[in-house]
Ligand binder design. Structure first.
Ligand SMILES: [Zn+2]
Length: 341
């Protein structure tokens, strides 16, 4: 049922095996499939879900009265019609819904009693189309995670090996993995160096591909997992093309997941930045005023070890406005928009 949702909404955002962002997208789409509707602007059949705040929308010089706001996030800069007395749409936290069926950048996860009842009704109705059986069980489903790019570093974690994480596959009692060198423009054609493990008994779990396959730098490989439940046909397969590169100095290349951070937002007299580094490196923290373009360096270039950190900044002297908080880590830019009201 959710294949279309997955490829349309979840996979494009799913860069780092993102449980939070992709997970909330999938929850939302599953909600639609189980009869839930958007909460902020329509009759969703539930009286206990929050409607968006009523405001007078002002867009491209055109005024549209009495619109329901849908707040993607806290944003006091959204304008309203001149002279409107209804207030701005998203300038207070109470106006920002955390309901699963709202659109919201903060991983909305709340459901109301009425929404739960609607989903349960869909799942328990006799003859519903979501629960099916074949020989009394559910067919197996293949799924795994592998990095898009694998660097052949002798000491990269864990110990230079490339692990396929297939723990998200389910209901299989046998599995096989097929690896083949391919041209990424035409991954359905195998160029050679093909290895097939044959059927292995049990659940796939984590598999060290380096233990039975020798990856070469500057090549692309198609990795295919087939899982099967001998009592419940059909089998299921999942494929991913990865690129293998030589190790880049320093040993670990900087990449999207090497640093994670969050900050007080909106902030006033104090700004705290929480960050977690998974590799050592050089860090600079700076604040860019989006309106003026001026940059303040909050933390000059500093060598840090992997770990969790808290950076505190007195910010009463910083003027109100919209800022881009930027963490430059090993020359890779991580940025978030933060607001001082
Ligand atoms: Zn929707």
């Amino acid at each position: 049922m959710f294949n279309n949702d997955y490829f349309k909404y979840v996979q494009p955002a799913c860069r780092n095996w993102s449980l939070i962002y992709s997970g909330s997208l999938l929850n939302h789409e599953i909600g639609h499939t189980l009869s839930l509707r958007h909460t902020w602007n329509e009759d969703d059949g539930c009286l206990d879900t929050p409607l968006g705040n009523l405001y007078d929308e002002y867009k491209n010089g055109v005024c549209t009265l009495n619109q329901r706001a849908n707040c993607w996030g806290y944003d006091p800069s959204i304008p309203t019609c001149p002279g409107s007395n209804k207030g701005k749409p998203c300038d207070e936290w109470y106006k920002i819904s955390n309901n699963m069926m709202d659109y919201n950048q903060y991983a909305p996860h709340a459901v109301t009693e009425c929404q739960i009842a609607r989903m349960n009704a869909d799942l328990t109705n006799a003859g519903n189309r979501f629960i099916h059986s074949c020989n009394g069980c559910m067919p197996s489903v293949a799924f795994f995670q592998l990095p898009d790019v694998y660097y052949l570093c002798p000491s990269s974690p864990p110990t230079g090996a490339l692990f396929l994480n297939g723990t998200a596959s389910f209901n299989e009692n046998r599995w096989l993995i097929d690896i083949c060198e391919v041209d990424p423009a035409n991954p359905s054609v195998c160029l050679g160096n093909n290895i097939n493990t044959g059927w292995n008994i049990g659940q796939v779990g984590r598999v060290n591909l380096s233990s039975f396959y020798t990856f070469q730098p500057n090549k692309h490989y198609r990795v295919k997992l087939i899982v099967d439940n001998s009592d419940c046909p059909p089998s299921s397969e999942f494929t991913k093309v990865i690129e293998v590169k030589n190790c880049i100095e320093p040993e670990y290349p900087p990449h999207e997941s090497s640093l994670q951070f969050a900050a007080t937002n909106p902030f006033s007299d104090h700004l705290t930045v929480f960050y977690t580094a998974s590799i050592p490196g050089n860090l600079q923290i700076r604040l860019l005023n989006v309106n003026t373009g001026s940059i303040s360096i909050l933390l000059p270039d500093t060598e840090i070890e992997p770990g969790e950190y808290q950076f505190y900044q007195e910010s009463s002297a910083i003027s109100s406005g919209t800022y881009s908080l930027q963490l430059l880590f090993n020359n890779y830019l991580f940025a978030k928009t933060i607001v001082k009201p």
